[in-house]
Design a protein around this ligand. Structure first.
Ligand SMILES: Cc1cc2nc3c(=O)[nH]c(=O)nc-3n(C[C@H](O)[C@H](O)[C@H](O)COP(=O)(O)OP(=O)(O)OC[C@H]3O[C@@H](n4cnc5c(N)ncnc54)[C@H](O)[C@@H]3O)c2cc1C
Length: 396
């Protein structure tokens, strides 16, 4: 369904999306088509609030990201990140029905409702995600309980769907600045129209234009106490689960991007002639083409294996929020994101100057590919977390 939609609706305008980075005039109606009209936004919500109650959420999300990634990474990121902040409250076995009713009905309704997971802060995005070492110590955004309300103050930067895209923010806060007690980590929902919330203008990036990124400020923002996802100790648990999901969904999008690359390079290398022979019939080029195929197959196998582990914890023995699940998927994230950078770079080399030209879609995929190993703490945090798990690192 998504592939058909992408080919008919998105592919023809894919390159115009780059120019729409500021206004999102072209993009916003397309969000509605996928999130509302195709039912993606409400898919994982329970039936009681109008959702589809999709329970194999790992595989569902991976297919979503692969197929949308095949069309455009920025669009895939925006759609997935719209539902991402809802994961702590909408998924079993930790559904928060009160908040599902309050927010789910908006996600499952006829109007577009978009979410934004606001974690990154100006001093460092990696540090707020580096729970294994820092345990929330550097989170600057504070949440203070005042009677029946939270008062939130802080500054977030970069989140997907910031600016005027999101209707609802999931905000990573601390209830005690500088604390390393994970009980102080709070995940609190803030409707975008709450007084005290303001956003800046969109940043211009090398690609991923369908993903709008801006500053967000929270100044004495007051929301009801019940808007905290769960509570002390629980919020951080499901935050880990959210990070585990993206460690699988980003490489899933990479699989989609590599498959799109494969289609382009297969056609090109079958038609172009160098030194009197079809490009792919030179052994040196055949080896490069093989590497691209191997990158796709291996990333895909690892993505769907981990998605299956998420979906069947009773069979695999790991709950999605467990440390070891998170650390193992850091390896996958690193592997898949390196694979797409490698595959798009090699494909471009095979296409020569044509690959670098906007007319052939590879150039866009190549630009976007680099983004995959910058967000979520970047390559180095992935490497450290991988080593931390497999070698019991103690100091880093
Ligand atoms: C298109 C896009 C979408 C995004 N979407 C979101 C979103 O939805 N929500 C959100 O909250 N944020 C989002 N971000 C922000 C992104 O997650 C952060 O930029 C990212 O986590 C890196 O943080 P930073 O840029 O502050 O780099 P820094 O934290 O300054 O990291 C710099 C370098 O240090 C490395 N590093 C990290 N930790 C260590 C360590 N312990 N030791 C040694 N080196 C280390 C990093 O890998 C990196 O190479 C997005 C950014 C972009 C560009």
């Amino acid at each position: 369904m998504l592939r058909k939609w992408g080919e008919e609706r998105y592919a023809p305008i894919r390159r115009q999306v780059d120019d729409d980075w500021k206004e999102h005039k072209l993009i916003k109606p397309l969000f509605k088509e996928v999130l509302v009209d195709l039912g993606v936004a409400g898919a994982m919500f329970p039936l009681e609030v109008g959702g589809l109650n999709v329970t194999r959420t790992g595989t569902f999300s991976a297919v979503l990201c692969e197929e949308l990634g095949r069309i455009d990474l920025g669009f895939a990121a925006a759609c997935f990140c719209s539902v991402w902040p809802m994961m702590p409250i909408m998924m079993e076995p930790h559904r928060n029905m009160e908040l599902c009713e309050e927010f789910g009905e908006r996600y499952c309704g006829d109007e577009l409702c978009m979410g934004c997971n606001a974690m990154t802060e100006p001093p460092s995005g990696s540090d707020v995600e580096n729970l294994g070492l820092l345990h929330g110590k550097t989170i600057q955004t504070t949440a203070r309980l005042d009677g029946d309300n939270w008062i939130i103050n802080g500054h977030k930067i970069w989140p997907t769907n910031s600016g005027d895209t999101a209707d609802l923010f999931g905000v990573l806060c601390t209830t005690s600045k500088g604390s390393t007690d994970e009980n102080d980590i709070a995940y609190i929902y803030v409707p975008a129209d709450t007084p005290g919330v303001s956003t800046g203008g969109p940043y211009r990036k090398a690609g991923c234009s369908a993903d709008m990124n801006t500053d967000i400020w929270f100044e004495d923002v007051k929301v009801p106490k019940r808007y905290r996802a769960h509570g002390p100790g629980e919020d951080v648990k499901y935050l880990r689960e959210m990070l585990t999901y993206t460690n699988i969904m980003v490489p899933a999008a990479c699989v989609g991007m590599m498959k799109a690359t494969y289609e382009i390079i297969k056609k090109w290398s079958s038609e172009r002639v160098v030194a009197g022979k079809i490009l792919k019939e030179h052994s040196i080029n055949a080896a490069v083409l093989a590497e691209i195929a191997i990158n796709i197959e291996s990333t895909s196998a690892w993505v769907y294996m981990m998605a299956r582990e998420l979906d069947y914890p009773e069979e695999y023995g790991m709950r999605p929020w467990e440390d070891r699940m998170y650390y193992r998927t850091c390896g996958l994230n690193l592997f898949g994101t390196d694979a797409v950078v490698h595959a798009t770079g090699r494909a471009m080399e095979l296409m020569g100057s044509y690959g670098y030209c906007c007319e052939f879609d590879l150039e866009k995929i190549w630009r976007d590919a680099k983004m995959t190993n910058l967000w979520e703490g970047g390559r180095h945090l992935d490497l450290i977390e991988c080593a931390r798990y497999w070698y019991d690192l103690e100091t880093i």
